[in-house]
Design a protein around this ligand. Structure first.
Ligand code: ARG
Length: 458
């Protein structure tokens, strides 16, 4: 067993305790961040005269060698090491000797792991942000292509008023915009460097914490050494942001599943993103969308897990905090694959526009417009609402839609109806007359689309 400690021990650790304690099996994915953190630390130690220039140069070369050997596959991260920090330091010392043992001067694994995780989450935010942007580009193409694709809008999953597919998809574009905003906020708030906090109480070496913060592209060093090693707020916020992304993807998936069903037939998911049944030959199932919806629970679980881990631990570092990693890594992998797969499915999905439009004409989606028509003829809205409601009842009885009623039939309920009602309650008018900001008409959407285009070009 390779350990970074042992002096005060007389016996050696139980094998089961070692297994239970180790984190290398999962924190090995922090190798890049661990090494770049160490390089910054040693650079600073050398510049501040805490280590000799020779030693710091030797260590930096050694660390760079380890990094490139890991990346080209010639050095495998394995063996009886407690964690990635022990692995890197032990390999370094094997390779360069005495100088390697000076790497950890003025540092603790507590500020080291706090740094590694922050760096890793920062890199991950940037990567996921790109994934989200790619998904939004697919969405944007569909929005641009479907400004005049009419479809029913729903409330209570009942047909409510007509909208367009562009408008409906635009709602998701807005959600993903907020998701990216949240990423940027979290990135900004996490961007203080914990390195130099030591175990919990700083250090007696004259470290230049500003220098390491700058070398690692942080905005500043953290202000309180105890908070530095025990803060996982940013990780909880990040898992919160991931949970919200999943909530959005899950709602979208739910709609895709409904739309792809025989009852709706609004869309057809491409064969590449569907699966069949082992018994029912007719089936083509929306498994990808269902899995995205299902995996949402798993990401929420990670958030709950970390909130619970953190709730009872006294300041400063406690080993409980090692339990931040597996849920975080699992959530990251899950969200990344969900964004990518959902995007690919969306990109290849076929929208059945005639079916959507036909559906939009049914279900009295223009009942509000009948009332609004009467209001424009001077009828108070509450009366108009009731007249329109009675007409709906009449239509249900006659198995027809509101615009299929003859003028005499309309006038049985109100003599304010005139020939121009048909134009006023046509599907085209119902959508295109809704010109308020944020409404589905092409005029309103044109402006929003310009904003989206600019946003994606940034
Ligand atoms: N593997 C540990 C973690 O992830 C590293 C920090 C260990 N620090 C300590 N004092 N044992 O939290």
């Amino acid at each position: 067993m390779h350990k970074l400690w042992g002096g005060r021990f007389q016996g050696s650790i139980d094998d089961r305790a070692f297994e239970f304690n180790e984190s290398l099996s999962f924190d090995k994915r922090l190798y890049k961040e661990d090494i770049s953190g160490s390089i910054a630390h040693v650079t600073m130690l050398g510049k501040c005269g805490i280590l000799s220039e020779e030693d710091s140069d030797l260590i930096i070369k050694g660390l760079s060698g380890i990094l490139s050997d890991i990346e080209d596959g010639s050095l495998a991260i394995e063996g009886n090491y407690e964690d990635i920090h022990s692995f890197v330091e032990s390999v370094l010392t094997e390779r360069i000797g005495e100088a390697g043992k000076r790497l950890h001067t003025g540092r603790s694994r507590n500020d080291q792991v706090a740094l590694d995780m922050k760096l890793y989450i920062r890199n991950t935010i940037d990567a996921l942000d790109e994934n989200l942007k790619d998904l939004m580009k697919i969405l944007f193409r569909l929005i641009e292509e479907n400004e005049e694709t009419y479809m029913p809008g729903f409330t209570h999953l009942q047909k409510a008023q007509s909208v367009t597919l562009a408008h409906h998809l635009g709602a998701y574009f807005e959600m993903f915009m907020r998701d990216r905003d949240r990423f940027h906020d979290i990135r900004k708030r996490l961007n203080s460097c914990p390195l130099g906090a030591g175990a919990l109480a700083g250090t007696t070496y004259p470290l230049d914490r500003n220098m390491t913060a700058t070398l690692l592209e942080f905005d500043q060093p953290t202000r309180n050494s105890m908070d530095s090693v025990s803060d996982r707020d940013y990780l909880i916020e990040f898992l919160g942001a991931l949970s919200i992304i999943m909530m959005h993807l899950s709602r979208f998936s739910e709609e895709v599943i409904l739309w792809n069903s025989d009852e709706y037939r609004f869309v057809e998911i491409d064969d590449r993103f569907s699966t069949g049944s082992s018994i029912m030959p007719q089936k083509k199932n929306p498994d990808i969308a269902e899995l995205v919806r299902g995996k949402t629970g798993r990401v929420y679980g990670s958030l709950m897990s970390l909130l619970t881990v953190m709730k009872g631990i006294p300041l400063a570092y406690d080993k409980d905090m090692q339990e931040d990693k597996e849920p975080a890594f699992d959530a990251i992998d899950t969200v990344q694959s969900c964004i990518v797969l959902f995007g690919a499915m969306l990109d290849t999905m076929k929208f059945n526009k005639p079916k959507m439009e036909a559906s939009s004409k049914k279900g009295f989606t223009n009942a509000t417009d009948v009332a609004d028509y009467l209001v424009k003829k001077g009828v108070p809205f509450r009366d108009a609402h009731s007249i329109s409601g009675r007409l709906v009842l009449k239509c249900i009885d006659r198995h027809c839609s509101l615009d299929e009623l003859r003028l005499e039939e309309l006038r049985e309920e109100s003599d304010s109806f005139e020939e121009d009602v048909y134009e006023a309650i046509s599907l085209n008018t119902c959508v295109e007359a809704r010109k308020t900001q944020g409404a589905p008409s092409k005029d309103s959407m044109d402006e929003v689309i310009r904003t989206y285009r600019k946003y994606l070009e940034e």
